[in-house]
Design a protein around this ligand. Structure first.
Ligand code: ADP
Ligand code: MG
Length: 636
């Protein structure tokens, strides 16, 4: 490894924050942060993390046990106008200081910054910050200068980190550090006197840090130390003794979100694997829900020793859940890698997933409105589970809610769909796309509407995948209405609908279809008469053996399909335009026929929300036709 800082030990070095940090600091300091108190919560949570890390090192024999119990001391000094938060946790080396306090390392923070940069409106920034933990930097909300004195447990050299939070920080050796641990010293700004009031500090700790598993002590010269947080692990206490606010604190600590949980599940598993667990479903979408490195927030404790703050206890499709598990059965004294492979962990994982799904199912039953909100936020990841986890497919099918052509509210279940099947209907029909509104207006739906056949309108990107993999629901296969032949002719028309006059596929129509196919050449794989259209002249569908067109587009854009599949053009033989096309005969109309056939194809593409291959050319040709139509109108 190369030494990054060639200066001899003992010298003070000054370094700039990462560019992003400077911007973040400015935002924070200018206090669009709605709740200033949050800084104390962040510092206490860092102190608790440090204590838990040291407790783990001691439990596993990596460092010497200490006699002193772990605790966090919040000290008020009115004379000096300072507030300190001190812990006897792991402490930091010089490198830790640089990595921890000089760099924005955590992916959530990065995602946050990206959103923030994209947000031009100040109120949007406000909402974003309100929903996001920004850690140590929140100190600069209340302090114009921050010193951090720290010594890594087991090392002799201590360090002082110092910054005014503007653009640079300094690091120098220090002799006034805790024996092991960290002291964060805040030099308070002049307008935040309130944080020198012990009653205020006590209230903030009670409000925001009740779930911290390390005792918190309030100290002020001239008064006795007072315990303001008991450090009892919340999850080991009986549910009846825990308030909603305390659960919310625990949720916020684990998730890094600032909203309220939409669902809290606290249980003790007995039997083959025994553990205490608390799982939270967030009240809003985490900002990085769809970033590739997003994981569930799971903390694994072994008899209250934090083994991992990023335990792999949740499948990717439950990555929005925040979780604490405390088990006595996991071996402490093995590497974290082995912990992940242990069969006990496998059993816990399974039990947790089962419990979360079970509680969601119960909620869907008892409080559909509340459940609808959860589905709106997390339906997309849950649907990933349908193809990633076949064992859970049935539960997930039961949880899924849909927008359909007949029920646009978005609360339709598959069970309801199947219950209301039309006579002779054997499949569950769906239409995929990116835009829910465009789906509802798609020409492909016309024939289904005439027969009263319900169609699932699927507009999440994940939909194209699960629906093409799922074998079916309740014995009914899923069938894309933009793929292959429809088989709806056997389904009776809905009340009040009459069969549109549809000429038989006579010789003239057959010839016309063959001519269109010849003219379009390689743009289509086939041209045929449609029974799915009522008002539109034409539509595009995928051929029987090709993937659904939305899926094909997604695969092609991900480079997983060589070229976009050539579609089938379906013509509505009852439509005036198609009838006119059939009527065009003779060599002199050859050019007109080719031009109109091409336009019919282009318009079908536009109706799907796709841009035609040569848009300016299409526009020009359409104007010519309109001019001609208007001119002949004039004459008559
Ligand atoms: P986060 O806690 O989300 O990682 P923070 O900005 O709160 O982000 O802290 C950044 C890092 O600085 C922590 O991950 C940790 O490595 C280090 N750190 C902060 N406070 C302490 C502390 N009291 N003791 C030890 N390390 C700390
Ligand atoms: Mg933190």
């Amino acid at each position: 490894m190369t030494e990054q800082h060639p200066s001899a030990e003992g010298e003070t070095t000054q370094q700039p924050f990462q560019a992003d940090v400077a911007r973040l600091l400015e935002l924070v300091v200018h206090s669009i942060y709605s709740d200033q108190d949050i800084f104390l919560r962040e510092l206490i949570s860092n102190a608790a993390d440090a204590c838990e890390k040291r407790r783990f090192e001691q439990a596993t024999g990596q460092s010497q046990p200490t006699a002193a119990p772990f605790q966090i001391i919040v000290e008020i000094n009115k004379g000096a106008r300072t507030l300190t938060v001190e812990d006897n946790g792991v402490g930091m080396t010089r490198q830790d200081l640089e990595n921890g306090l000089g760099v924005i390392a955590n992916s959530g923070t990065r995602a946050f910054l990206e959103k923030l940069n994209a947000a031009t409106d100040k109120s949007v920034g406000d909402v974003l910050i309100g929903r996001f933990g920004i850690g140590f930097y929140s100190s600069f909300i209340v302090a114009d200068h921050v010193d951090v004195f720290t010594r890594r447990a087991g090392e002799s050299q201590g360090w002082k980190w110092s910054s005014d939070g503007k653009s640079v920080y300094s690091i120098e050796p220090s002799e006034t550090c805790p024996e092991a641990g960290t002291r964060v010293l805040l030099h308070l700004k002049s307008d935040v006197e309130a944080y020198l009031d012990p009653a205020r500090i006590e209230r903030i700790v009670a409000d925001h840090s009740a779930a911290v598993p390390i005792p918190v002590v309030l100290r002020e010269a001239g008064s006795e130390d007072r315990k303001v947080g008991d450090g009892a692990a919340l999850w080991t206490r009986p549910r009846s003794e825990i308030s909603g606010a305390q659960y919310a604190d625990l949720y916020q600590t684990i998730s890094g979100q600032f909203d309220e949980p939409a669902m809290t599940i606290h249980w003790r598993a007995e039997g083959r694997s025994e553990f205490d667990a608390v799982a939270f479903v967030p009240g809003s979408r985490p900002l990085d829900l769809f970033s590739p490195d997003r994981r569930g927030r799971s903390r694994l404790y072994v008899r209250r020793v934090l083994v991992s703050a990023e335990a792999d206890l949740l499948p990717p499709w439950l990555r929005f859940v925040s979780l604490v598990v405390d088990s006595a059965d996991v071996p402490l004294n093995v590497s974290r890698e082995l912990v992940q492979k242990s069969p006990v962990i496998g059993a816990i994982r399974k039990a947790v997933v089962g419990r979360v799904l079970q509680e969601l199912t119960k909620l869907a039953d008892s409080d559909p409105t509340k459940y609808a909100e959860i589905w709106k936020n997390f339906g997309a990841p849950l649907k990933e589970g349908i193809y990633e986890d076949p064992d859970r497919r049935d539960s997930l099918f039961a949880l899924a809610r849909f927008v359909t052509s007949l029920h646009p509210e978005g609360d339709r279940t598959l069970a309801q769909y199947v219950r209301d099947l039309r006579p002779n209907q054997t499949a569950i029909y769906y239409l995929t796309g990116v835009d829910a509104a465009a789906l509802a207006a798609s020409p492909h739906l016309e024939g289904f509407r005439a027969r009263g056949v319900e169609v699932l309108l699927l507009s999440d990107p994940v939909d194209a995948f699960w629906v093409s993999n799922a074998v079916g629901y309740d014995g009914k296969p899923f069938h894309s209405i933009t793929q292959g032949q429809t088989d709806i002719a056997q389904i009776p028309l809905a009340d009040g609908q009459t069969e549109s006059e549809r000429p038989e596929l006579d010789a003239a129509a057959a010839t016309c279809i063959a001519r269109v196919k010849e003219v379009l050449g390689s743009r289509v794989s086939d041209v045929r008469a449609s029974d799915r259209l009522a008002e539109s002249a034409a539509c595009l569908v995928a051929s029987d053996r090709a993937p659904d067109r939305t899926l094909a587009r997604i695969l092609a854009s991900a480079g997983r399909l060589d070229a976009t599949m050539r579609p089938v053009l379906e013509l509505n033989l009852g439509h005036p335009l198609v009838l006119a096309l059939i009527g065009l005969k003779g060599a002199e109309s050859q050019e007109t026929f080719a031009d109109v056939s091409g336009l019919v194809f282009d318009l079908a593409q536009i109706a799907e929300g796709e841009a035609p291959e040569n848009a300016p050319d299409v526009a020009r040709r359409l104007s010519t036709w309109m001019a001609r139509a208007l001119a002949s109108n004039d004459k008559s």
